[in-house]
Design a protein around this ligand. Structure first.
Ligand code: SAH
Length: 410
């Protein structure tokens, strides 16, 4: 232990559970350049051996040729992603100063990106902010932390991070949401808040149920796409399929849509969509929320030759794994087929995919095939991805999961 380490040991606050590097890992292949260029993951099969250690043990990574240190990070012998690099530049040391600088850097970016008209956003986006496995969303004065797996949970000191958020970001309550389904969150800093929490997005009012809602209660990653659609809905009839709590519906309404329909199978989501519509002072009679299966609804609407000026389809991830890719592609094709069929001549069709295992080219091909099957043609007006509060390492294309294709349908 050198003087710096000793100082960190003695300081009473630590954002990391352990600051000494306890495992040494050696690459089995020449991945040095990939790691140094900013791809922070090393898979188990790229390591020479997997020493036994607890998940989340701080580790030093050595290259495959001469055994030179190239990164420090944390280790998980039980996961496919065996090593996550935190630091690839000297000094290769993980301490509280490093961790605090990373949090500060992420927070500075958000202060640049947002003003008082947007109070719901992602504060920390894991690897994209140089904070492997650590995700945190903010809704007004409430922060919601999510740790990606047992190694990240053992590496980061979540209670200290919660304190840091209170002190530096100014939130007054912090909750931890677990990845596993059915596991309720716990309040790290309370008292427990009554749900849902109100916040703003580009001046629109929304709420998020951070305890029971999907993800951390809201789909923050579609913020800029909601804003884009808001500009395009003046006087339009709008169909929002897989609406969740009505994000795109409210954006359309605020943008001057003459009527909006929201479709989702989740009853509480439609109830929240109705509540959000009213919260923004929009006229009751201009919104209809329907609790119904999207595929059945679209089939029925196509057969009845119903048409909307603007159709937005933002389904859940159909391909969360490589195995589900083929089925997912046919689901996107089906949605493009029905989506085009119910879009009026010259109308707009926006189709989104948040499946990380489907790349942009494959997704656009599925859109093209589905639209052609409906005997329609489309021009691509824009293809958007995640917003700036969901940054990704440039070297990590697999982290850019969101595709949002905006098309005009002829
Ligand atoms: N566009 C939303 C997010 C959509 S998330 C926003 O901007 O906030 C996907 C939604 O699809 C979820 O709310 C989920 O309840 C819903 N869903 C999943 N399967 C469905 C189905 N077969 N029919 C209708 N809705 C479905």
């Amino acid at each position: 232990m050198d003087a710096n380490d000793a100082r960190d040991y003695n300081s009473h606050m630590s954002l990391l559970r352990s600051q000494s590097t306890r495992a040494t890992l050696r690459l089995a292949r020449d991945l040095t350049r990939s790691v140094k260029r900013g791809h922070p993951w090393v898979f188990a099969d790229a390591l020479r051996d997997l020493p036994s250690a607890e998940p989340g043990t701080p580790a030093l990574l050595l290259d495959n040729s001469r055994g030179r240190p190239i990164a420090v990070g944390f280790y998980d012998p039980s996961s496919g992603v065996a090593f996550r690099a935190c630091r690839v530049d000297e000094p290769l040391r993980l301490n509280n100063d490093w961790a605090e600088a990373q949090l500060q850097r992420a927070w500075e970016l958000r202060q640049r990106l947002f003003d008082a008209t947007t109070t719901g956003y992602r504060l920390f986006n894991g690897e994209g902010d140089g904070l492997p496995g650590l995700v945190c969303d903010r809704y007004s004065d409430v922060a919601v932390i999510k740790l990606d797996g047992p190694a990240a949970s053992a590496f980061w000191d979540i209670d200290e991070i919660a304190q840091w958020l209170v002190k530096h970001v100014g939130v007054t309550a912090v909750m931890e949401r677990r990845k596993q389904r059915g596991r309720e969150g716990r309040w790290l800093i309370g008292p427990p808040r009554e749900q849902p929490i109100e916040f703003c997005e580009h001046g629109m009012k929304f709420t998020s149920d951070v305890v029971h809602g999907q993800k951390t209660g809201f789909f923050l990653d579609q913020r800029e796409n909601r804003r884009a659609m808001r500009q395009l809905c003046r006087g339009a009839s709008v169909l929002n399929v897989f609406s969740y709590t009505g994000g795109f519906s409210i954006a359309a309404g605020v943008g001057g849509a003459k009527r909006v329909m929201s479709i989702d199978t989740a009853e509480p989501a439609i109830a929240a969509a109705n509540a959000h519509w009213r919260l923004n002072g929009l006229p009751d009679e201009a919104h209809v929320g329907a609790v119904v299966d999207a595929f059945e609804f679209l089939d029925g609407a196509r057969l009845k030759r119903r048409k909307w000026d603007v159709v937005i389809i933002d389904p859940p991830a159909f391909a969360p794994s490589e195995a589900s890719v083929t089925r997912a592609i046919s689901a996107y094709r089906k949605l493009a087929f029905n989506g085009a069929a119910v879009t009026g001549l010259g109308g707009l069709l926006a189709l989104a995919s948040c499946s990380s295992h489907i790349n942009e080219a494959t997704f656009l091909e599925a859109c093209e095939e589905g639209i052609s099957e409906a005997h329609r043609r489309a021009t691509l007006l824009a293809i958007h991805s995640q917003p700036a509060d969901h940054p990704t390492p440039l070297a990590m294309p697999e982290f850019r999961y969101l595709k949002f294709a905006l098309m005009r349908v002829e």
